[in-house]
Design a protein around this ligand. Sequence first.
Ligand code: KG4
Ligand code: ZN
Length: 387
Amino acid sequence: MKILAIETSCDETAISYIEAKNNNIKVLGNALLSQIKIHEKYGGVFPMMAKREHSKTLVPILEKVLKEAKEIKIDKKEIKREKEIKIILEKEPELLEKLIPFLKKYSKPKIDYITVTNGPGLEPALWVGINFAKVLSFVWNIPVIPVNHMEGHIFSSLLQKKDSTNFTLNSLRYPLLSLLISGGHTELVLVKDFGKYEIVGETRDDAVGEAFDKVARMLNLPYPGGPQISKLAEIARINKFTGTGITLPRPMIHTKDFDFSYSGLKTSVLYLIKKLSKLTPKLKIEIALEFENSATETLISKTKKALIKTKAKTLVIGGGVSANTHIRREFKRMIAKEFGKAKLYIPEQSLSTDNALMIGVAGYLKITKNKMKVYKNIRAEGSLRLA
Ligand code: KG4
Ligand code: ZN
């Protein structure tokens, strides 16, 4: 089956066009436009600004993806029920302006399903993707399947690359444990089957990615902070920059539950910086190192506990923070050393952060699981949960 996947939950506008057959995923077309440059100035993402950018870029991205897939044919015509399209896109005038001429210009591509992120994320941003999917569905007569963004992060780790456009989907042994670490989430989820989740533990305050971003800001590093902190911490490790006595806490590392806390760690960095007379490049590097070590150690400690408790034999890590070099390395080391028989899956780095391929893959699993299900009244749900 051919799936068009759309992702607009935060500051990445992404579309992927895939052909899925059994365990094979062929990427026919794929594009992602990051809004980082726009949000960088403000040190974070503004929902209304993200929404406008998605509205402006979705149609050009779709055109690019279909061209890449060689599935774009000029077929000039009038379209029916333009009035209804205008109602659906009432709040997205920038999208409407581009979408109507696009639909009039090209013929319907061979798409069987459209999958779209319906949450969690920034609601105004999510709505753009959903309304875009609704119009395409309406004009082309294709069903739309809503996908939970976090399901995308869980199942993207199953994609094993064969070549630049072909992937195999690893088959899974349930139950599996998933550690989801992103800008909005830090949670341990027991996955009993596709669609059957139990939250084992989660952050009580900030998400780990949020802490990376906020600490980076304190160190005057650009947004998003995760990759920047990672770079500095790696420099520290290579040059063995340790031992100046910078220490940060490991919040909740010894508690019996499976929860996390990152807000105290962030505040500790703030106090530490306030105490320093000058934030030299070397001190920045050392703070980045100690912060990254602290964040990693708490993630590892709670995941270990949860693996023992749940007896899961597979660990899947997903979400933007799983792109982190040190975290990947430490988890691989820990599993090999302490859970020799367990399997660890982490998506390749380009698929760790937000993308549309993951929405295509999770959508494919959802379609195969609930074959005849029709999804009506799809809505954006900013705080959509897995369970
Ligand atoms: O999954 P994602 O792309 O978007 C959300 O769903 O939130 O995750 C974004 C988060 C940001 O907080 C970003 O700083 C963090 O992932 N991130 C990283 C790295 N790359 C992205 N954090 C640590 N190290 C990285 N290399
Ligand atoms: Zn994400």
